[in-house]
Design a protein around this ligand. Structure first.
Ligand code: NDP
Length: 458
């Protein structure tokens, strides 16, 4: 049967656009359907606008540090509305770039809500179209727990477009989004309280990273209420009162929930045509090749709820286009994926945490340093940088590299190449560092952290 298209992508975010462009470059007839603005979470509601706000917040550190270097700076004044307007201008520009990239690639943009009728038929705006292959790149959305008063809270979507900077904000959640927005709001002058149900921030990250970040965020004036759960939220005039499970209460003029995201898999007819979903999350089940349970339907990115990161969605999308349209079967390798958290201070991490390495290897060595960056000497800033390497004792292979401190994402991005190549600690040691930088510490780590657990077991 002749189909209208070779590939019909649903969702024009980073993954969908990357896959569609790559497929079209090989001559495939490609349509890409989007019900909102082109650009997706990363460009419009996530990575990019968030990082622009992070830059804005970090200027506060620069003003403060400048005094130690002889600058006399009048107390600076920040305009939140000007920042938001500038950010919106940039995301709109990027949206235009995405439109142009799709047009230049020859992919046809179809605006509207797509619904699957069968394995090859899609309905958009009442019109039915057919395609040999369908790619679901439909992203995710923030989720909040069902508690009384939850209608009063904002998510990261609204946080990026608030009409004014909150004076005091409570942020519930301790994941990527929560710590990043805590840094943004605190840096711009708001009083910030975080509420987490566990002991430390950033569940799943290396414990040293979690403890170090929490300590430095507290030192920056952010209150972190751990082992705390919010049971109800009440509006009281211009403020909100939050009741805790332990019987306490918190007050704020803005309440943000960053309690995770779930895939956008409802209302599209997916289950009806046999696309298998995870029962708890609604995530689309896929294999390593992005196949769903329906042979010609594929899914990538946040819709699969595996690694919800832009570069992995792009890698999966491109691998699929190579496989389907360039006779070049590529399975997006996702074993070693570096990640960054744009908290203040920032985090970069790649490979295994110490706990993961201990669980998977017979014996490991840990190298760790905590130091005051050179810049902080004259500025007088007390903040310290943490760096850590986790090494397999038997093979000498570096299993994980973790950093909290200025430029951590940039430094770890480079180290990710070394770990992907399987670098050993001896190869790290043979590498000449650049002086004076923070990154040189990663190639001059000599002293192992005493292995107390192994000692105790002797
Ligand atoms: P995360 O899954 O990272 O964190 C969710 C947080 O909310 C956790 O601290 C979790 O606690 C807490 N939580 C979940 N449910 C509840 C609840 N009912 N009550 C109280 N707390 C709760 O989600 P985010 O929303 O921060 O981010 C979503 C995803 O987006 C991330 O996983 C990441 O992949 C991606 N992202 C990546 C960024 C980057 O690369 N820099 C930036 C932003 C987002 P607990 O740990 O106890 O479960």
């Amino acid at each position: 049967m002749a189909y209208d298209f070779d590939l019909f992508t649903i969702g024009a975010g980073s993954g969908g656009v990357a896959s569609s462009r790559r497929a079209a470059s090989y001559g495939a007839r490609v349509a890409i359907c989007e019900q909102g603005r082109v650009g997706g979470t990363c460009v419009l509601r996530g990575c990019i606008p968030k990082k622009l706000l992070v830059y804005a917040a970090h200027f506060t550190d620069e003003w403060q540090d400048a005094a130690g270097y002889g600058w006399h700076v009048a107390p600076p004044v920040h305009s939140w509305p000007e920042l938001i307007a500038a950010k919106n201008k940039e995301t709109t520009r990027l949206e235009g770039v995405y439109h142009k990239m799709l047009a230049d690639a020859g992919a046809q943009l179809i605006e509207g809500h797509a619904k699957l009728i069968d394995a090859h038929t899609i309905e958009v705006n009442g019109k039915r179209l057919t395609s040999a292959n369908i790619l679901l790149a439909i992203g995710g959305h923030p989720v909040t727990p069902k508690i009384p008063g939850i209608e009063h809270v904002i998510s990261s979507n609204e946080a990026l477009d608030l009409p004014k900077l909150p004076r005091n904000i409570v942020i519930v959640g301790g994941g990527y989004i929560a710590v990043e927005f805590a840094g943004i709001f605190a840096g711009l002058g708001a009083s910030v309280q975080m509420v987490i149900r566990g002991e430390e921030l950033l569940n799943g990250f290396d414990d040293d990273v979690r403890i170090h970040l929490g300590r430095e965020m507290r030192a920056r004036g952010i209150a972190i209420h751990n082992r705390t759960e919010i049971t109800a939220i009440k509006k009281q005039g211009a403020n909100f009162s939050l009741a805790t499970k332990a019987g306490g209460s918190l007050s704020a003029d803005c309440v943000m929930y960053a309690t995770g995201r779930l895939p956008n898999t409802t209302g599209m007819g997916l289950a009806e045509i046999g696309v298998a979903l995870q029962p708890e999350t609604g995530a689309i089940k896929v294999d390593d090749w992005s196949h769903t349970s329906v042979p010609n339907i594929y899914a990538i990115g946040d819709a699969t709820d595996m690694l919800n990161l832009t570069p992995t969605a792009i890698a999966e999308g491109r691998a699929l286009a190579e496989t389907l349209f360039n006779n070049n079967p590529i399975c997006a390798r996702l074993e070693i994926v570096p990640t960054a958290v744009f908290s203040n201070p920032t985090i970069g991490t790649v490979g295994l945490t110490e706990a993961e390495a201990r669980a998977q290897y017979a014996a490991i060595d840990v190298y760790r340093t905590v130091f005051r960056p050179l810049k902080n000497t004259l500025s007088g800033r007390a903040e310290k940088t943490l760096m850590k390497l986790v090494v397999d004792r038997a093979s000498d292979k570096v299993l994980g590299a973790h950093m909290v401190g200025p430029d951590a994402p940039e430094i770890i991005g480079g180290l990710a190449i070394a770990l992907t190549c399987g670098a050993t600690k001896a190869q790290f040691d043979r590498t000449i560092g650049i002086h004076p930088t923070a990154s040189e510490e990663f190639v001059t780590l000599r002293t192992k952290v005493p292995d107390l657990k192994a000692k105790a077991a002797e």
